[in-house]
Design a protein around this ligand. Structure first.
Ligand code: GLU
Length: 503
């Protein structure tokens, strides 16, 4: 095992988001490719928006997808007596920020003691007024350093007496803050662009930029791989690392996921909760394959279907894109369809287990036979489509209108309909087949096609009414496949239903 350690630290402020899964996946692939460790922790400092329900959803989701990593909240849910990290003798937890308050407090005190941070007593009113004045002068909103010169001992006394104060980082002036981002290359800002920002609302109430640095340092994180939306936090976090004199991790900022109109991926235009995708019948492995390709490419190949092993082998940060990456639902559908095809071919029983609750009441043995029938291959883009595709065979015949049988395209008159359906029924009566015997499809097909010449009609004038009569639907598999799986009795019944509509 190498010393590489990465992390995924979601905030439990919503259901598991597709963007979080992509970030987790890239961390996972990077860790596995480099034989390192991935840490999964929960950032629950935002007590107003975070909930236990969201936390559970995120933990269960990443675990189910198999990309939750080697160490962290999913393995050590309740801290203290947990086993050690797989690459070290050390225990790095707890992995939930709300259980780390004492750790943060200790480090906040360290910064205060070293005068790298100070208490700020400015009231909200004062700060609002300061910002208004800055806005009027068209200056950026920055803390004016009012409390920066207070005597730390005095401040500590005031706080001890119960006065409210936030803690600010003392940001050095005129310092070049730069890093070589592993995705974006050189990124630099002047520290003068930052003010003395707040790192804690109080000694026991630290904020994200502070807690994340303490966590990344104490958990010995070597690579911070996260969404581009955090790029503005990175200089602040670097300044905190530097205030402690800690070694900086490497940073890699991933491109945002975009809707097709290139706006930021949003609920209004796409589903964003992973559960919704799984419920609709996207296979976890297809979803991961698809997400791997949003913002990354394997470089030298046009290949698009990758097993997890292949992704691990090929994944490097050099091939992560700088620009935003579009969420292309059609591509997801295509990839999912390919995975479904393969899953059916590999092992129909396992595949059936995945859809059994969607096809309750259908004859299981027959469903499995149909799934393997070449005529059904590639018909399912999502698991949710399976029941609808099988409905012409398993659901009761719908009460369709007469004109479904007489497709205009083929100029089918009522006379032609009657001739065709009567002849088709006769042919069917003369044939013998067992329900589900797909070897008989060819004989049934040949027999019905021979009617075209026998009756002197066009293909469509014969084959459309038969297929429509058997399915009661605009679209369905071909008539011979339907006849095979409906069985002879039901086939004859459905031809009768059609003939009766003519009366
Ligand atoms: N809690 C942050 C989020 O969910 C993680 C930020 C980070 O990776 O540093 O976006």
């Amino acid at each position: 095992m190498s010393s590489i350690r990465v992390r995924i630290p979601p905030s439990p402020t919503g259901l598991l988001h597709i963007g979080t899964v992509r970030t987790a996946l890239y961390n996972y692939l990077f860790a596995k490719h480099n034989k390192g460790v991935m840490v999964f922790r929960i950032e629950d400092t935002d007590k107003e928006r975070g909930t236990k329900e969201f936390e559970d959803d995120i933990i269960n989701g990443l675990t189910k997808l198999g990309i939750a990593g080697d160490e962290g909240i999913h393995i050590h849910p309740n801290s203290r007596n947990s086993p050690k990290s797989p690459n070290s003798r050390k225990y790095y937890g707890p992995y939930r920020q709300s259980e780390r308050t004492e750790i943060y407090k200790k480090y906040l005190q360290e910064l205060l003691a070293g005068d790298h941070a100070y208490y700020c007593f400015c009231s909200k009113e004062r700060l609002d007024k300061m910002r208004e004045e800055q806005a009027a002068k068209k200056l950026p909103p920055r803390y004016d350093g009012c409390c920066a010169g207070l005597d730390p001992k005095e401040s500590a006394k005031r706080v001890a007496q119960g006065e409210k104060a936030v803690i600010r980082l003392r940001v050095p002036r005129d310092k070049d803050v730069r890093w070589r981002d592993l995705v974006r290359g050189e990124v630099a800002i002047q520290s003068g662009e930052l003010d003395d920002f707040v790192i804690a609302r109080a000694i026991h109430d630290p904020l994200y930029n502070f807690t994340v640095v303490v966590d990344d340092h104490t958990m010995e994180i070597t690579h911070v791989i996260r969404g581009e939306d955090h790029i503005s936090n990175t200089p602040k976090q670097m300044l905190i690392f530097q205030a402690f004199g800690w070694k900086l991790p490497e940073f890699a900022h991933l491109p945002l996921i975009l809707n097709e109109d290139r706006s930021k991926l949003s609920k209004r235009k796409n589903k964003v909760s992973v559960d919704d995708y799984l419920k609709e019948g996207y296979l976890p492995e297809a979803l991961l394959n698809f997400l791997a390709l949003i913002g990354w490419n394997p470089g030298d190949t046009k290949q698009e279907i990758f097993s997890m092993e292949e992704l691990i082998e090929k994944f490097t940060l050099e091939h992560v894109h700088k620009g935003g990456a579009v969420f292309d639902l059609k591509k997801l559908d295509w990839i999912n369809g390919e995975y479904i095809k393969k899953a059916i071919k590999d092992d129909v029983d396992t595949f059936y287990a995945r859809i059994s609750d969607r096809v309750q009441g259908y004859d299981a043995a027959l469903v499995k036979k149909i799934l393997r029938d070449p005529d059904f291959e590639g018909r399912f883009k999502k698991l949710s489509e399976v029941p609808a595709e099988l409905a012409p065979i398993f659901a009761p015949l719908p009460d369709y209108p007469l004109n479904l049988l007489a497709n205009e395209k083929f100029k089918i008159t009522p006379d032609i309909l009657k001739t065709t359906l009567t002849a088709a029924k006769k042919k069917a009566e003369s044939l013998e087949w067992k329900k589900g015997d797909s070897a008989k499809a060819k004989a049934i097909s040949d027999a019905m096609i021979s009617l075209v010449a026998e009756l002197g009609l066009k293909n469509g004038q014969v084959l459309w009414p038969i297929r429509a009569a058997l399915s009661g639907a605009e679209k369905s598999p071909n008539f011979a496949t339907l006849a095979v799986y409906l069985g002879k009795e039901e086939t004859l019944k459905r031809l009768d239903v059609a003939l009766n509509k003519l009366k």
